[in-house]
Design a protein around this ligand. Structure first.
Ligand code: ADP
Ligand code: ZN
Ligand code: ZN
Length: 772
């Protein structure tokens, strides 16, 4: 057959496939165009005949509208509805699929489950350069090697040219280590022979003499230089956890593991990471790969260092801070099996792996696993789906598991592994509630809290204060008439920031100068109301002027590397006060912190979102977990205006797990998730009415489809109705069983009158929404 019909998915909001033709006799990739020889070279010779090249999963360049787009072949249909005169030719970009089969299956599963256009999901999973149609080639760098003559030459002859001598020495050393049966010739990356800024001259001089020559090779991955750190002796509970996971990664059939989902519930500091490391060791020793997901904020060099220091094999990292090129390289290393361990944030769940062996989701309760815009997916949930598809175990670890995960453990869908004690000798901190209703606060601190801070600092230990509000103060007010600085684009107050001095809306990022006088009454008496981290920092520095105060929030860590610097300072161990937002709550290990103060825990238990209590309980427990992680005992003090609140009392007295089990009972009574299932349709427009008009027909349609089996709320104004000058409406749909919810959604999305979401007609669908 000369022309092959192909079915292609394109990125974007369109839900349908597009059919194209492929010219199997003229397509450059199939016919060895020298321009494409690099990617061609990766085809196994025996398979290089056109008909044997597997087309599904290959990227094509496809004419679309007036331009061309990158698409992915998903099927080879026998016939098409497209009229012959409209059928156009597409050109292959790849000779091998950019994605593994199983990854493609995961994407299509996710598209179906989250009701998101499949083309968009597939492209979401690709590194940006591949989305843009760049070749999927390993980047080449210049390497140098000795010529036959160069191998024989005595080093004495270049003794006087010092730089040349160094090069020759390095290459000769390599030659001496040469293993006779090593298929790779002994080369050194030019980068290593010519450190930054140094001239190429010595290399060129040696080349001129005919002693060395250059070749192009793929850049090598960095390997750890030091000997690996050794595994710790595990506690009984840790050992049981590792053994349980190993039992699934090792199996009689060497190539196949088994699916199993574990919930590793370990109190903060109980050594969950050590469990991950040792379970990964087993997998890596079998030549398989491990994928480790970490929350956005958890990906610190300290975390990385712990993984890098343990393995001899390459550990690659995928996160949003990488350049496109570096990201593609790490992705390729995962895909071709070079990388043994892949660590990444949310989107790393879409990393292809040649031989997957284990998936780990650290801090599985963390909100950053949920993508809140565009393709709205939950990476933790997809991790479990992927593990099932790849037939490997998945470990979800947390000190404060999500209620969904606890429920899955309660119902035996996940196997529960518990670590109930802190590792080594560290003890659980004591927790105290401070009633601040009738006391005078100074710098937001009650007298008791101030005393405790001073005593802690005087005994050369560190204090961590938690305040989840950045900026100087959350509100700017006119003292005379009560005017409040309101964001003109949102239903929200603008926060006052000191450095730089301005008003800042944390919802739409709108920033403006401070008014000099009150816009309403012209009074100059403008006062900041309330406490943010900037102000707390200032006031603490005055009150405790003998000790340094370090602030950690999004503003103080904006510059690249600044968080690391701060973390290093903290870990140097001098007495100091750390204060910060939830950036400080997660995952860090501060052995010198013995006092943790939570300045303000009120509010969240009364919010409208049914998950607010869960999130607060997690946050409080995580922040508290920073106390006393070294040899010194820790103490946690919570300031509250509602110290008798039963939820708060329960959490502190019985700990997170009992609290969560009770909360699950309440959810069951109220038929809330995980005992029911939700989807949220959201729309926004330049006025409330237009936004409602997008959702109303959807609501009516769903009512018809479901004939009462779905509960609907809305369309209603979203909690913050106006945001960034757009009015937002939402329609919440709830069902007792997942299937009827998904069936209804699928029928709705197939309605011919439904317009695809686009820049003017904005609506979105969110399955298992996390914020209501
Ligand atoms: P988690 O991830 O549960 O918060 P970590 O893995 O960070 O806990 O462990 C906390 C501390 O305890 C780390 O300093 C770690 O090196 C140490 N640790 C973990 N397991 C052991 C063990 N079996 N023996 C001694 N120290 C351990
Ligand atoms: Zn005024
Ligand atoms: Zn705003």
């Amino acid at each position: 057959m000369k022309h092959q019909l192909i079915r292609v998915l394109l990125p974007g909001p369109l839900r349908q496939h597009f059919d194209y033709l492929l010219d199997t006799q003229l397509d450059p990739v199939l016919n060895g165009d020298p321009l494409l020889s690099a990617s061609q070279a990766s085809i196994d010779d025996s398979a290089a005949t056109p008909h044997q090249v597997k087309l599904i999963g290959l990227r094509v360049l496809a004419p679309f509208g007036r331009g061309k787009r990158t698409g992915i072949i998903t099927a080879l249909p026998d016939s098409t509805d497209c009229p012959p005169e409209k059928l156009k030719f597409a050109q292959l970009i790849d000779s091998q699929p950019a994605m593994t089969d199983s990854l493609q299956r995961l994407c299509l599963w996710a598209a179906n489950y989250y009701h998101h256009p499949a083309g968009d999901v597939l492209f979401h999973a690709l590194p940006i350069l591949l989305r843009k149609g760049q070749p999927n080639q390993l980047p080449q760098t210049i390497h140098w090697q000795l010529t036959e003559r160069g191998k024989k030459v005595s080093l004495n002859v270049v003794k006087r040219a010092k730089k040349q001598l160094e090069v020759m020495q390095q290459l000769h050393n390599l030659m001496q280590q040469e293993q006779p049966d090593s298929p790779v010739s002994q080369t050194i990356d030019e980068q290593l022979l010519r450190p930054a800024g140094q001239s190429r001259q010595p290399l060129l001089a040696l080349e001129e003499k005919g002693w060395i020559e250059s070749i192009e090779r793929p850049a090598a991955l960095d390997l750890p230089e030091e000997a690996p750190s050794s595994a710790l002796t595990l506690s009984e509970e840790q050992q049981f956890a590792v053994d349980s996971i190993n039992a699934k990664t090792q199996s009689e059939d060497k190539d196949k593991g088994h699916f199993a989902a574990f919930l590793l519930e370990g109190v903060t500091g109980s050594g969950k990471t050590e469990v991950y490391l040792q379970a990964i060791e087993t997998v890596v020793a079998q030549g398989k790969q491990a994928l480790v997901l970490v929350p956005e904020i958890g990906l610190t060099p300290q975390t990385l260092q712990r993984f890098r220091a343990r393995f001899r094999q390459p550990v690659v990292v995928l996160h949003s801070g990488l350049t496109d090129t570096a990201r593609l390289r790490a992705w390729q290393a995962a895909s071709n099996g070079e990388a043994a361990v892949i660590i990444g944030t949310r989107s790393a769940i879409f990393t292809p792996m040649q031989s997957p062996g284990l998936i780990i989701v650290d801090e599985e309760h963390d909100n950053s696993y949920k993508q809140m815009e565009g393709f709205r997916y939950h990476a933790r949930d997809l991790a479990v789906v992927r593990a099932r598809m790849e037939k490997v175990p998945v470990v979800l670890g947390s000190a404060t598991p999500a209620l969904e995960s606890l429920h899955n453990a309660n119902t035996d869908r996940y196997q529960l592994l518990k670590l109930t004690h802190r590792a080594s000798d560290a003890k659980e901190p004591t927790k105290i509630l401070l009633d601040i209703r009738s006391c005078h606060l100074n710098a937001g601190l009650s007298p008791t809290m101030r005393d405790k801070i001073r005593r802690t600092l005087e005994s050369n230990q560190q204090v961590l204060l938690f305040l989840n509000r950045r900026g100087f103060s959350p509100v700017l007010m006119c003292h005379d008439c009560g005017w409040l600085a309101q964001c003109p684009s949102c239903d929200a107050k603008m926060a006052l920031h000191q450095n730089p001095h301005r008003l800042h809306c944390h919802h739409c990022d709108n920033q403006r100068r401070l008014p000099e006088t009150c816009p309403d009454c012209k009074s100059e008496n403008m006062v900041p109301v309330g406490l943010g981290t900037e102000r707390l920092e200032q006031e603490l520095a005055q009150t405790f002027d003998d000790w340094p105060v370090l602030r950690v929030d999004r503003d103080s860590t904006r510059k690249k590397g600044s968080l690391d610097k701060i973390l290093q300072q903290i870990n140097a161990g001098e007495p100091m006060i750390l204060l910060g937002t939830q950036m400080l709550a997660k995952g860090h290990h501060f052995p010198k912190v013995t006092l943790v103060g939570i300045l303000d825990v009120d509010g969240a238990f009364f919010s409208g979102d049914f998950r607010a209590g869960e999130k607060l309980a997690q946050l409080v427990t995580q922040v508290a977990g920073r106390a006393g992680r070294g040899e010194l005992a820790g103490e946690v003090c919570l300031q509250s205006r509602q110290p008798e609140h039963p939820q708060l009392q329960g959490l502190l007295k019985q700990g997170y797990n009992s609290w969560a089990q009770q909360e699950l009972e309440l959810r069951e009574q109220a038929l809330l998730p995980p005992f029911s299932h939700m989807a949220m349709l959201r729309a926004e427009a330049i006025n409330a009415d237009s936004a409602k008009k997008i959702l109303q027909p959807m609501a009516d349609c769903l009512k018809q489809i479901s004939s009462g089996s779905l509960m609907q709320m809305g369309p209603l104004a979203a909690p913050m109705e106006k945001r960034a000058n757009r009015y937002r409406q939402q329609l919440l749909i709830q069902a007792d069983d997942r299937r009827s919810l998904h069936q209804a959604m699928a029928i709705l999305l197939n309605q011919p009158w439904l317009q695809p979401a686009n820049s003017r007609y904005r609506w979105s669908i969110d399955i298992d929404p996390q914020d209501l």
